[in-house]
Design a protein around this ligand. Sequence first.
Ligand code: HPA
Ligand code: ZN
Length: 326
Amino acid sequence: MPPLPVAELHVHVEGTLEAELLVALARRNDVALPTYDPVALTERYRHFTSLQSFLDVYYANLAVLRSATDFYDLMAAYLRRAAAAGVRRAEVFFDPQTHLNNGVGFETLVEGFSSAVADAPISADLILCFLRDLGPDAAEQTLRAGLEFREHFIGVGLDSAELGHPPRLFKRVYEIAAAEGLRKVAHAGEEAGPEYVWEALDILGVERIDHGVRSLADPRLVARLRADRVPLTVCPLSNVCLKGVGSLAEHPLKTMLDAGLVVTVNSDDPAYFGGHVDDNFAAVRAALGLSAEDVRQLALNSFEASFAPREDKERWQAEVLSAQIG
Ligand code: HPA
Ligand code: ZN
């Protein structure tokens, strides 16, 4: 049976760097790694205690990306794998600050990522993310530098260490982005509580919440998200790996779906968390006992939540409605 058509709306291209490519790029660019054995490297990827413990490994590994070809290869590998997973549309996060801080030019990373998107077997666009722990001034500087490449990305997001870096600090940079016609999303409610989700909605004016799993603690927030049909891009395997939820069986995805929220399933950082979007679907189906109609709803939600042109979204949703779900 072909995979279910979906949109993937929460994936960090840097988090798709598989151990094999990491080793190949380290050799290509003469960058030292703790080990050149992909199996041993993958083993190191699997033991996280929190978001920060993951981010430390994730940022360190990115030192292997140097040339436009490296960035192209990373993005192209993700898009090929996503196509095989049934992804029709990918809205892919990238973190320019990490690469700029590694001495890579903005034009180098944009050239690599953008060329791979142009050559992609599926519909894809880029979303520029700010590293919230580097603060609002750095975010604004990054956006201004990025605007030289305005046509290469469709929106802005906010990621990295959440606690202590609330959305309200980024009000100004989101206003600048909005004035440029950029779409707005933000990570909120992954480790921090509902107040971060409220700020993302009311102060930043975001159109989607990335993660948002902790929204359920606030019934008024749930009512707001439902009434406004604000999509939540949930990443089940990520939440388990980073200890946001105790196990997949305890994941709130089904509760969120039953509460009428526009939830979607995504991979976040598939090289680190044990699977791509198809693997995330399979895992939650098994652990939460989702029905075929739940799964269909999640796929329909993903296209509703996407920033693709309406005619494309409707075509993909028609495909979902006629798909066999095994
Ligand atoms: N949360 C915050 N920042 C990130 C993540 C995440 O899950 N993945 C990559 N950067
Ligand atoms: Zn994320």
